[in-house]
Ligand binder design. Structure first.
Ligand code: BG6
Length: 510
């Protein structure tokens, strides 16, 4: 086990939802598993006044997010809560951090955190640069020979390419790139990391992982929930910014990338950037029109319950054209992927919550069992990111009896079969990595910009291009009717069910 150095985690935006919902439960699990260093404390920072005790109550002892934690013992919770402190910065974040610096120094002295500080920015991104600047003004960005200083930032990293560049420049003015950790919680998912292992720790997939054997790649990210109480944020964002630019393009980069020289952060991230840069950028309206679909859910009855349409959600403009469904077809301009279409879709209010990657292989070059109908049942490798995490290979087997009738059989692996292993949750894994200075699963500035570079023309086209449409789809359905038109040839989207081996088309609408 890698040793984690003593340290202090300083969370900006500590009174916000993310701290209580994700960060504190992840820290609690690390605490229960004995993964936190001997001297470890958390300093919550926000604009509202709270005492240490009030903060502990809010995010720990009275938090609904910890009540359901497994193996919860009150004395353990109490011991954990004692590691938490709170300091407000006054009415705004862009102010002098002198008092904050003094509190940090005093806590560091008392709790022996060795001047190792990790700043976690969980505020709106518009405040990131100001916070970095004010930390810099107190020299909290500098090691001065002792202790590391790291900055973790939450998404969104920008609103478009230009603002992402500005944000990167702004942060890099005060912190070195090697100190900045851009969190993308999809990279913390075991199954996303397993894409690297499936490809590069096996000799059976990688030889086929190219245009000679792969017909198309399909990625589906579906959620059955709507925008909930995040309508205000979501309406200014949309599915492309919220999910595609970050989480889904991260998955794409792991599928597209070339083998890295080794598994260190620099090498893996170099290959991911190269992969993202090789996505063919769509420049003309015709291509953008043919290769992109955006849509919005409209009200419907799902499982006997009335579900609101997107425009009726709280915080959403009644004439909003923001997409809750985005499907994009694109190509990758490199030797490995030339002419292989990639189809990626993401949406809210789908029939089920599922994320999966489907590698569709080409039909055998010479088909001798044509009559059996096997030729249109392609071999597939299905990598299930969530739920029912696992891998499924679909291949042809002979149906017993006379002749050569071929059917598709399933070869499956489930993570749940590794019952002994504790599968870390995304935030738990990512926080521990950052504590140990491992940036492999964090996005680098150039990665983020390469992703925006691909997404920007789509956003511009959707904003004011020719023949742009926003389609409607009934909440609880698999997107607009024309979604299959995106797919070349006779293929359609594989509409997965909640279980890995469910056959396509499974639907929970009543
Ligand atoms: C977040 C998005 O980044 O990811 C949300 O802002 C989305 O809109 C969420 O619901 C999905 O994450 P997961 O891990 O539940 O697939």
């Amino acid at each position: 086990m890698i040793k984690t150095e003593n340290q202090m985690l300083i969370i900006f935006g500590a009174s916000g939802d993310l701290t209580a919902r994700k960060l504190v439960p992840a820290l609690f699990r690390l605490f229960q598993e004995n993964q936190l260093p001997e001297n470890f404390i958390v300093l919550g920072v926000s604009r509202s006044y709270m005492s240490d005790d009030e903060f502990r109550k809010k995010v720990i002892t009275e938090s609904s997010y910890l009540k359901t934690a497994p193996n919860l013992k009150q004395d353990v919770l109490k011991e954990f809560a004692e590691k938490f402190f709170y300091e407000d910065v006054g009415t705004e974040y862009d102010t002098s951090y002198k008092a904050l610096e003094e509190r940090i120094t005093s806590l560091n002295g008392k709790h022996h955190t060795d001047e190792n500080y990790m700043f976690y920015l969980s505020t709106p991104p518009s405040l990131y640069e100001a916070i970095a600047k004010n930390l810099y003004a107190q020299e909290l960005n500098r090691s001065r020979g002792v202790g590391f200083k790291r900055l973790i930032v939450e998404k969104p990293f920008g609103y478009d390419l230009e603002s992402a560049k500005q944000l990167n420049k702004g942060l890099q003015r005060y912190f070195k790139e090697s100190q900045i950790y851009r969190i993308d919680h999809y990279l913390g998912k075991e199954t996303v990391q397993n894409l690297l292992v499936t490809r590069f720790a096996n000799s059976i997939f990688e030889p086929l992982w190219n245009r000679n054997y792969i017909d198309r790649i399909e990625i589906t990210n579906a959620e059955n929930g709507g925008v909930g109480d995040r309508g205000g944020y979501y309406d200014g964002s949309g599915a492309l910014r919220d999910m595609f630019q970050n989480h889904l393009l991260q998955i794409v980069s792991l599928i597209v990338m070339e083998p890295p020289i080794d598994a260190n952060a620099q090498e893996i991230r170099n290959e991911k950037v190269k992969a993202l840069r090789s996505l063919r950028i769509m420049r003309n309206d015709k291509e953008l029109h043919q290769h992109t679909i955006r849509a919005q859910y409209v009200s419907s009855t799902v499982n006997g319950e009335e579900v609101k349409g997107y425009r009726e959600e709280k915080g959403v403009h009644p004439n909003s054209t923001t997409e809750t469904y985005a499907a994009i077809k694109f190509f990758v301009d490199n030797w490995r992927w030339k002419d292989v279409p990639f189809y990626v879709r993401t949406a809210k209010r789908m029939p089920t919550k599922v994320t999966e990657v489907v590698i569709h292989f080409k039909a055998p070059h010479h088909q001798i069992f044509k009559e059996s109908g096997a030729f249109n049942k392609d071999n597939k490798l299905i990598i299930r990111i969530q739920p029912d995490e696992g891998i499924l290979v679909k291949f042809g087997v002979k149906v017993p009896g006379q002749g050569f009738k071929v059917e598709r059989a399933n070869l499956d692996f489930y993570y749940s079969s590794l019952a002994e292993t504790n599968v870390m949750q995304a935030y738990e894994r990512l926080l521990l990595d950052a504590m140990q200075g491992d940036a492999t699963l964090y996005a680098r500035a150039d990665e983020v910009e390469a992703a925006w570079n691909f997404v920007d023309p789509i956003l511009k086209y959707w904003k004011k291009g020719k023949d742009v449409r926003v389609y409607g789809y009934a909440a609880g359905a698999w997107g607009p009717e024309n979604a299959d038109d995106l797919i070349e040839g006779p293929g359609t989207w594989r509409n997965p069910g909640p279980n890995l081996t469910d056959d396509p088309g499974f639907c929970v609408i009543h």
